[in-house]
Design a protein around this ligand. Structure first.
Ligand code: CO
Length: 214
């Protein structure tokens, strides 16, 4: 485990490293950001954003919360999406879940989790939507991993439901939305290959906010 004091030592080394690779690194960074990606992931300490993608500062706009949820009345995530799409013009939005997600596991247990109840209720709703498929999986671990995947898909759909994404996509054919699962056991990113256009078409039947018909 990293000691508190060590953080500042590490920071010094990191500054040196960056400056050695690019003398004006911080000068450039200081100007402004032009990230192509919005990453929405879990707060879990084992699932980093930039690190697992090999990305540099300035490349990824990041939002993390318990179980990578995109909830329409969460002002935080909605502000992040709005800013990323309308002001940063990101090209890709990634929702990244991970196997062994404590939030998803908690949502599968019959227990009063206090303040987490309303948050995790949204995962229980995902379970209800896919109850038949999930109940048919006998192995508890596999069922739980499948819920992780289905939750990522539903959160991608929630991203697509936003006015910012619908409007921008119609105008610029950007951004596209991707669903990933990070496998902590081997470090791999699994792309769930969500068909963005098909999902967009599907949800616009009910969630169309642009008044331009189907
Ligand atoms: Co998690």
């Amino acid at each position: 485990m990293i000691e508190y004091k060590q953080i500042f030592e590490n920071n010094k080394k990191w500054i040196e490293q960056k400056q050695n690779s690019e003398a004006d690194f911080f000068e450039k960074l200081n100007k402004e950001q032009h990230p192509d990606y919005l990453y929405i992931g879990c707060s879990d300490s084992r699932v980093t954003a930039e690190d697992l993608m090999g990305a540099e500062p300035g490349e990824i706009f990041v939002h993390r919360n318990v179980a990578n949820m995109v909830i329409s009345i969460d002002l935080n995530v909605m502000s992040v999406i709005n800013y990323a799409v309308r002001h940063l013009n990101v090209k890709h939005i990634i929702v990244c879940g991970h196997y062994n997600c404590g939030g998803v596991k908690a949502a599968m247990t019959s227990k009063d989790l206090g303040i987490l109840n309303p948050w995790l209720r949204n995962i229980r709703d995902v379970y209800r939507l896919h109850k038949e498929e999930l109940n048919a999986i006998e192995d508890e671990h596999l069922r739980y991993n499948r819920l992780v995947e289905l939750n990522v898909r539903e959160q991608c759909i929630n991203v697509i439901k936003t006015a910012a994404v619908q409007e921008h996509y119609i105008k610029d054919k950007l951004p596209t939305v991707h669903g990933w699962v990070f496998d902590i056991s081997n470090g791999k990113i699994i792309d769930l290959d969500i068909d963005f256009r098909k999902e967009l078409e599907g949800i616009r039947e009910i969630y169309n906010l642009m008044g331009t018909g189907k």
